[in-house]
Design a binder for this molecule. Structure first.
Ligand SMILES: Cc1cc2nc3c(=O)[nH]c(=O)nc-3n(C[C@H](O)[C@H](O)[C@H](O)COP(=O)(O)OP(=O)(O)OC[C@H]3O[C@@H](n4cnc5c(N)ncnc54)[C@H](O)[C@@H]3O)c2cc1C
Length: 465
């Protein structure tokens, strides 16, 4: 079988490639291969079962049309400083231009006009002053918040637009291997829903398999000698507090992006993905790993705010398996939690004891992930990571008083796999001709907006050819 442009993965990176090709008037045949289902058929059974049942062969939260974006909180970070490393590849100004353009595309599909974090400059100044005193940097990042339910409507409109414009989308179909010979990618081996395996040949092959497909892409890079280098892996915790504690920063910034380099290791530690009135969630990867995440709805709020605290880990020679390192920590935590996410009170961590369920029941903070297991996350967390997290929480407490209270909840494992950064040129060319790698699986992005913007750039490049 043949197509002109093969896109593997219908996440934001893949679908914005197709969208931009159509917008630029390309007449090439576009085929998207997607492991999961169309957006309207995606459904996480947890709403009925009340606990995660580890769906097989894939998790519905992270797979299907719009990828990990569908059930995400839909927070579009509108600054080049947030969401990935594209500025290193493309420069700050051009990355910002791409983001501004992509934001307009989101608006044209019905995104909320309102932008959080703009127009409160005096209050932002005061928060920044406190951050400086605490040794932290506050990053300015306006946010357009779609909300989990609206994100699904918006991506549904995009899905229908692509179908109406002739894009072929093969759902419940996966790419198992790339066809590469003499350093040219000629297509991919595809496994259809009914188990049929066939070769799909294409002139241009775009791999956008997201975080869930990062391990698979790493294997492909090794098998086919696609040049790449181990990147950063982020290991941390999801923190949950009563919204009263974070009310001020939530109102002024919606998302307070703080970065610090706490002593003694001075590794980069940062806040990420803040969800005022949000919910902590569990996501499962194909390899059986369960990790914690968070999201919030536009209209339905909890009493809590959650956010991730992530520590970047960069390894040096001879070690080059950051994904495997983080996965082992996740597996160990899952083992201790009997396959579920673990939660512990901050005060118990400082006291060196586990948390018990009845202690959680007495707290002001009620976990929004009710099936998380009360336990001791420190059994599985490396000393370096735990020390970084504790020292960072103490610094954030100077900006947000009450953040380091005894009952603050820490969920684990919170892992972000950005590894295996595929080497590429500013034209998005890899070391293999006809092969392009985009979005989170490429190691260059880690958020909706930057993954979408990388897709836009890809679409523009291919439309010219
Ligand atoms: C719960 C949750 C909340 C989030 N909230 C936010 C947020 O508020 N703001 C933000 O900026 N980011 C958020 N993110 C991150 C964001 O969703 C991702 O950064 C973004 O979706 C990455 O886009 P992508 O296209 O690179 O990959 P993905 O969205 O992961 O899409 C990849 C697609 O590829 C498919 N695939 C994988 N392997 C194969 C294969 N071998 N063959 C065929 N198909 C394959 C998958 O099924 C998937 O649909 C969140 C993520 C999660 C899980």
């Amino acid at each position: 079988m043949k197509t002109d442009i093969l896109i593997v993965g219908a996440g934001p990176a893949g679908i914005f490639t197709a969208l931009e090709l159509i917008k630029k008037g390309s007449r090439k045949k576009i085929t998207i291969v997607e492991k999961g289902k169309p957006i309207e058929k995606r459904h996480c059974p947890k709403s009925e079962t009340k606990k995660c049942i580890n769906c097989r062969p894939y998790c519905h939260i992270t797979h299907g049309f719009s990828g990990a974006g569908a059930f995400s909180d839909g927070k579009l970070s509108l600054s080049y400083e947030v969401g990935g490393d594209l500025p290193i590849l493309l420069g700050d100004d051009f990355t910002q231009e791409l983001i501004d353009y992509t934001d307009k595309v989101y608006l044209s599909f019905g995104a909320d006009e309102h932008v959080e974090g703009r127009g409160k400059e005096e209050e932002i100044k005061n928060i920044r002053k406190r951050a400086i005193k605490a040794g932290l940097k506050l990053v300015d990042c306006p946010i357009r918040h779609l909300g989990t339910e609206k994100a699904q409507e918006l991506y549904y409109s995009i899905q229908q637009y692509l179908l109406e414009h002739g894009v072929e989308i093969l759902f419940e179909t996966q790419c198992t291997d790339l066809i590469i010979s003499d350093r040219v990618c000629k297509g991919a081996t595809i496994e259809a829903k009914n188990g049929q395996v066939y070769e799909l040949l294409a002139e241009h092959n775009i791999i956008a398999t997201g975080r869930g497909g990062a391990g698979w892409l790493e294997q492909q890079c090794s098998i086919h000698d696609i040049h790449h280098r181990p990147g950063t892996v982020d290991i941390g915790v999801r923190v949950e507090v009563r919204t009263e504690i974070m009310e001020h920063v939530n109102e002024v910034l919606y998302e307070s992006k703080l970065i610090g380099y706490p002593k003694p290791f001075k590794n980069k530690v940062r806040t990420f993905c803040q969800n005022p009135g949000g919910f902590v969630s569990q996501e499962n990867y194909d390899n059986g790993l369960s990790v914690v995440n968070g999201h919030s709805y536009k209209g339905f709020k909890s009493d809590n705010t959650n956010l991730a605290i992530l520590c970047s880990h960069n390894f040096t020679e001879p070690f080059n398996q950051p994904i495997a390192f983080a996965r082992r920590i996740g597996e160990l935590t899952n083992m201790l939690g009997d396959g579920r996410i673990m939660v512990q009170r901050y005060g118990d961590i400082l006291d060196g004891k586990r948390t018990w369920q009845d202690e959680l029941n007495k707290s002001n903070v009620r976990p929004t992930l009710p099936d998380a297991v009360a336990g001791d996350i420190t059994f599985a967390m490396p000393y370096r990571t735990m020390t970084n997290i504790i020292n960072f929480i103490e610094a954030v407490d100077l900006v947000v008083p009450g953040f380091a209270s005894e009952e603050t909840l820490l969920y684990s494992p919170e892992l972000k796999f950005y590894s295996n950064k595929v080497k590429m040129t500013p034209d998005l060319k890899t070391s293999v001709s006809g092969l392009y790698c985009l979005g989170d699986s490429s190691g260059w992005t880690r958020g909706l907006m930057m993954a979408s913007s990388m897709g836009v750039l890809m679409g523009r490049k291919l439309a010219k050819q």
